[in-house]
Write a protein that binds this ligand. Structure first.
Ligand code: ADP
Length: 293
């Protein structure tokens, strides 16, 4: 078992001083980042990580400089999605150099430092810690990563948020009021209920939510070359109750799942990838509008 805290400074006892210094470090590290877009849901398994990677790739194809920060420290997926399971976090001039895929996408994921065969131990001073204390330690690590990495000049930094609607507020606070959120749901009442909580949490922040991406809105049948219904009990319309614009509806495409598993960044350009590109365009338009406004 390996603690990621072996790799990163866990701080000392001067908590107030540390908080101030950490905020300064984060502001300095993010100085060249034009936009932060956090991809959340509240619910796990809805395709948030897959879509974060695909949105970043789509934005890159549109000439934007992008990077991903995998904030899901307990279930980091971005290292595998990027094929960067063994990308060492190398100290650079100021902090850690940004690991990059062959096509130049920056990806920071705890999964690059800790093999999947090892669990992550958020060890702390006292064993048997409360859940809250554990969460605080994880959150501290997230902030340290944000401040330690040399992000350089980026058009968009995408943050893949962990599940847990209630923690959205904390992420919004650390990422700052200018960070935008995009929520991912699937067309079931179960997912919609959890996403509704995240939406409610975000309404309490100054952060804008650009919209909702509805994933698994159907499935792409390769043999018949059409998108078919995925949920037998009929599609639950996700958006009206959430009061968010739907940026795109993305079908399940088994080829995308296979490519994601293999860390292959070139998945076939079918209806799913095209819909993700439409979502990327909506997000980029939303960012441009808000900057102009
Ligand atoms: P989350 O980050 O919300 O937990 P993941 O991105 O890990 O979800 O997705 C869960 C699984 O579903 C993964 O195996 C992923 O490859 C697959 N998946 C998600 N969305 C799609 C899609 N539109 N087409 C094909 N596979 C998908």
């Amino acid at each position: 078992m390996k603690s990621y805290f072996d790799l990163i400074d866990d701080g000392g006892s001067d908590i107030a001083g540390q908080v101030g210094r950490q905020r300064e470090r984060i502001a300095e590290a993010l100085a060249g980042v034009q936009h932060i877009v956090a991809i959340g849901s509240g619910k796990g398994g809805v395709g948030k990580s897959t879509l974060t990677m695909q949105l970043a790739l789509a934005m890159q194809r549109r000439g934007r400089r992008c990077a991903i920060l995998d904030a899901d420290l307990n279930g980091p997926c971005q290292a595998r999605l990027a094929g960067l399971e063994n990308a060492a976090l190398i100290p650079g001039g100021r902090g850690m150099t940004l690991p990059r895929t062959a096509n130049g996408l920056g990806v920071v994921s705890v999964g690059s430092a800790v093999p999947e065969s090892q669990d992550l131990d958020f060890a702390s001073v006292a064993r048997g810690d409360s859940h809250v204390w554990r969460a605080t330690r994880e959150f501290n690590l997230f902030q340290q990563l944000l401040g330690l990495v040399e992000w350089g000049r980026l058009d968009v930094l995408l943050v893949d948020l962990p599940p847990g609607a209630e923690r959205t507020l904390q992420y919004a606070e650390v990422l700052g009021a200018s960070a935008r959120f995009v929520l991912v749901s699937i067309p079931t009442a179960l997912a919609r209920g959890v996403v509704a909580r995240s939406t409610a949490a975000l309404r309490r922040t100054p952060n804008a939510t650009l919209g909702l991406i509805e994933n698994m809105s159907g499935y792409y049948c390769e043999d018949c070359d059409e998108v078919r219904p995925l949920f037998d009990h009929g599609r639950v319309d996700t958006a009206p109750e959430l009061g968010l614009p739907v940026l795109a509806s993305i079908p399940f495409d088994a080829r995308l799942a296979a490519a994601s598993d293999a860390g292959d960044l070139e998945s076939p350009r079918g209806p799913a990838v095209r819909a993700i590109e439409a979502a990327a365009d909506s997000i980029l338009n939303g960012l441009a509008e808000r900057r102009a406004g």
